[in-house]
Write a protein that binds this ligand. Structure first.
Ligand code: NAD
Length: 427
């Protein structure tokens, strides 16, 4: 078989770029799988890249032209799925990498979706609500041939929210002359959103944490945890973990970290943040730095803030037995071997935070059924799928004698590659 011949792997450098870290891990997994060269090339290349111009009449009467992107990395497993972000500095390369990330995440979560990502280059802080709506509607109209409930299904991402999804759904529906709520997920409940979606990523983190603790023989009722980041993912993870008996001794946000040996009152922290935006002044614990939080003597560490937090510099100082990556890309490729060597079990982002996309899939299923599930049903199905995904990744890692991160990539790539082979190449 004509397999890829790889050069001696170059020493991994801390490039502070989560996408490059992802591609490095992809290459290692591809090598372990002995992927054929053609399949390797196919999986590295997006199947579609669309760039559109978005001319808008601004509130002051002037015309401005924005640029919008949608990249479908792969659609072998089904319609592509991925968020839309609005940011002034996005590039097509970043969107391409994020789209690939979605392909692997959907594959691991075992949902019948491929991966995509999109965005508009704009600064939402400088736009009025009317301008934001115009940009969203024109972007959607220009993407009419790309989006579709059977083709490509957007979702919220950085600087986009339920309202933006509602505009996308409405614009698409106006053009197709029927209400088509399955064209986007992350919608408001009233137009076909799903119960449980807001908490889904944190709930998935909670399920992954307990599955990892069981593998390490740790009793949650006698264990401690620190959570970095107290936004959607961090606060819900902290809440659910503490409800299940784990003692959350530290949390943090942009204002810094807070440590309390007796356990943080997570509900009080959530109430505080709803009124004050950050944890500063909440009195929930003694102040510590975000860096110190990562190095605390705890059983479980949940980085749930941003990328590049655990690097070659601090990985050796981490004392947690388990790291559950709520954020995307919190650990650099250079930190991986250090954590491995120290016997730390890392539940990788593409598995640990896949609860969000799993409930997005549930939203799409419910929209297409026209039948909406109870919160209890959503949560039970999410917990079952997350547990299955965790076990599949764990077993793959054991079979190949690699970390869970590499196990996750191997599982994801293998499934897409096998699907491609059985479908064959149309020509
Ligand atoms: P968010 O904006 O709701 O919260 C981010 C939190 O991180 C805030 O509490 C913020 O104060 C804190 N923060 C920012 N910079 C920090 C720093 N330097 N140190 C410590 N804390 C800092 O975002 P979110 O939706 O919770 O997403 C967090 C991470 O999880 C991101 O990497 C995101 O890509 C990833 N993620 C989110 C979802 C989801 O469903 N929301 C799904 C998958 C992955």
């Amino acid at each position: 078989m004509d397999t890829v011949t790889y050069k001696e792997p170059a020493p991994i450098v801390d490039r502070e770029n989560p996408f490059e870290s992802m591609m490095e891990r992809f290459d290692v997994a591809a090598e372990l799988l002995e992927l054929e060269r053609g399949v390797y090339e196919y999986l590295k290349t997006p199947v579609k890249q669309v760039v559109v111009s978005i001319p808008i009449q601004m509130d002051n009467g002037e015309i401005e032209v924005f640029e919008g992107y949608r990249v479908i990395h792969n659609d072998a497993l089904g319609p592509s799925k991925g968020g839309i972000r609005y940011a002034p500095d996005i590039t097509i390369d970043e969107i391409k990498a994020l789209a690939a990330w979605m392909t692997w995440k959907c594959s691991i979560a075992n949902i019948p979706f491929g991966g995509a990502k999109g965005g508009v280059k704009c600064d939402p802080t400088k736009l009025t609500q009317v301008e934001l709506e115009k940009i969203t509607r024109r972007f959607t109209a220009n993407m009419l041939d790309v989006f579709g409930p059977d083709k490509d299904i957007p979702a919220p991402d950085m600087n986009t929210n339920e309202q933006v999804m509602a505009w996308i759904m409405d614009t698409y529906s106006m053009h197709t002359r029927r209400t088509e709520n399955a064209v986007v997920t992350g919608k408001p409940l009233i137009i076909g959103g799903s119960l449980g979606r807001r908490e889904a990523t944190g709930r998935g983190v909670m399920v992954s944490t307990f599955a990892a603790m069981a593998k390490k023989g740790l009793n949650p009722k006698q264990s401690t945890c620190a959570v970095q980041g107290f936004g959607n993912v961090g606060s819900v993870s902290a809440k659910l973990l503490s409800e299940q008996g784990l003692k959350v001794v530290a949390v943090s946000d942009v204002s810094g970290g807070y440590f309390n040996k007796k356990g943080i009152n997570v509900n009080a922290a959530i109430e505080w943040i709803q009124k004050h935006r950050t944890l500063e002044g909440s009195g929930i614990g003694d102040p510590i730095s975000n860096e110190d939080l990562l190095e605390l003597e705890v059983d479980v560490l949940v980085p749930a803030a941003k990328e590049d937090q655990i690097t070659g510099k601090n990985a050796g100082k981490i004392k947690a037995k388990i790291i559950v990556e709520g954020a995307n890309g919190p650990t650099t490729a250079k930190a991986d071997p250090i954590l491995d060597k120290n016997g730390i079990l890392v539940v990788p982002d593409i598995l640990a935070n896949s609860g969000g996309v799993t409930v997005s899939y549930f939203e799409w299923v419910q929209d297409r059924q026209g039948f909406f599930w109870t919160l209890d049903r959503v949560n039970r199905r999410l917990e079952r799928m997350m547990t299955d995904a965790f076990n599949n990744v764990f077993q793959t890692a054991e079979r190949y004698k690699v970390s869970m991160r590499l196990g996750a990539y191997i599982l994801a790539i293998d499934k897409v590659a096998k699907t491609l082979k059985v479908r064959g190449i149309y020509a």
